[in-house]
Design a protein. Structure first.
Lengths: 218, 214
């Protein structure tokens, strides 16, 4: 087993043993979205209009929920030292941890997104695009989130800083995700841009996170 | 100056600065295959900092760490792949069992890891399926040290490895260090207690205590 897969399997095993990671994110996602009919009124036309935005904002917040512990837990118990001695560049170690995070949080959110679509009266024809958009967009959320998680890994109570660091960087994903979901007939262009955001994050976010983790190792 | 032909680890005029404070300066020493180097000195003398510099976690403010005559900063990945660092923290996940903790760590460090031997050597066989949160401080320590056996690497950097260990476990560790030396391994050990390791060298770190003026 390559060190990359070893890190992925380790984080999945820890998530499974700790329990609740996926369930918590999905429950939070559904609950936040379910608040909106109470807040803006149950008028189907209004809900249909706000649905894409609400779904994406809820997905961003649900991703943030678990991000602060991504590296902090390993920093606190010293595991970060062991991760750093893995015979692969820190870039790939970070990427492996992000992949595990996406499998635990991002993927279940994408799967659960039609449920939230139903709650918010999203047109049925938008569901395939919604699932595609969340599948393409959530990797960027985990990747960019890792930068914030790495920067705050060594700071006590640093978790509260993660949303402040990360939410502004989520705006491109939010814009293109909502654009695709709101207009399923013309979703190709925003979906491609959403994919571009994820691909750029795939290259830059592990670099930035690895640099931040090196500071945490000092 | 680092030269080709030098075998082992060399420390060349190393200066360590933490924030504004200079911890030590101009430190030189070398560790050859089969050597054990004790780091001794008062609290705050820089023993842990030196170990983290040797591990490549901290960049020295001046000077260099060399391996086989070459500055380790040239290829940090190769350096990190040849060493073990066991610090104060136990590096254990409370939700995983003892065996799972060691197996996951070893798999990240090397594809061919011998987890079973490592558990046996540290007397952790019968605790293998116990979640790490139920282990005592000494058992946690042994489990953290077990990766030294599970994954073979030539350079061991140990920061007070005997803390919380009982006499029998200290003896086990001494035996392992001796075997490690026999195969050409090296160990740098920061410690306040005496370990039974014949022929070990000692590096005294002075510590620059800031004494207030009378």
């Amino acid at each position: 087993m390559s060190p990359f897969l070893a890190v992925v399997r380790r984080d999945l095993l820890i998530a499974r043993r700790q329990g609740g990671g996926s369930l918590l994110a999905v429950a939070f996602f559904v609950m936040v979205a379910a608040l909106f009919p109470f807040a803006v009124g149950a008028d189907p036309a209004t809900l249909r209009r706000v649905a894409p935005g609400v779904i994406w904002v809820s997905a961003l917040l649900a991703t943030l929920l678990s991000l602060d512990r991504l590296f902090q837990a390993d920093f606190e118990d010293g595991s970060l030292d062991v991760l750093a001695l893995s015979p692969q560049p820190l870039f790939f170690t970070v990427l492996a941890k992000v992949l595990a995070h996406w499998l635990v949080v991002g993927l279940p959110l994408a799967v659960a997104s039609p449920l939230v679509g139903i709650l918010l009266n999203l047109p049925v024809e938008a569901f395939p695009v919604l699932v595609a958009a969340t599948l393409i967009g959530t990797p960027a959320l985990s990747l960019v989130g890792a930068i914030g998680a790495a920067l705050t890994a060594g700071i006590r109570r640093g978790g509260v800083l993660v949303p402040l660091l990360v939410l502004p960087l989520y705006i491109p994903t939010l814009i293109f995700g909502v654009a695709a979901t709101a207009d399923p007939a013309h979703a190709a262009e925003p979906l491609m841009l959403l994919g571009a955001v994820s691909l750029v994050s795939l290259v830059l976010a592990p670099l930035a996170s690895a640099a931040a983790l090196r500071l945490a190792l000092e | 100056m680092p030269n080709a032909g030098i075998i082992g680890l060399t420390v060349d005029h190393l200066t360590c600065r933490r924030g504004e404070h200079e911890v030590f300066a101009g430190l030189s020493c070398s560790v050859h295959p089969g050597d054990v180097l004790y780091l001794r000195g008062p609290n705050g003398a820089g023993k842990s900092s030196l170990l983290r510099i040797l591990a490549g976690f901290i960049a020295p403010a001046a000077g260099a760490v060399g391996w086989e005559g070459e500055d380790v900063a040239i290829d940090p990945l190769a350096h990190r792949s040849r060493l073990h660092y066991v610090g104060h923290l136990d590096t254990l996940k409370p939700v995983l069992t003892a065996a799972e903790n060691l197996r996951t760590q070893a798999a990240m460090l090397d594809e061919q890891a011998d987890v079973e031997t490592a558990l046996r050597r540290f007397g952790l066989d019968n605790l293998r399926d116990l979640p790490a949160r139920f282990l005592s401080a000494g058992q946690r320590r042994r489990l953290a040290l077990a990766r030294l056996v599970a994954v073979a690497r030539p350079l061991w950097l140990l920061d007070e490895p005997t803390v919380a260990l009982d006499a029998a476990s200290v003896e086990r560790l001494e035996t392992l260090v001796a075997e490690h030396r026999d195969t050409g391994g090296m160990a740098v050990i920061a410690t306040h207690t005496d370990m039974n390791l014949p022929g070990a060298y000692t590096l005294e770190l002075e510590g620059r205590q800031r004494v207030p003026a009378p």
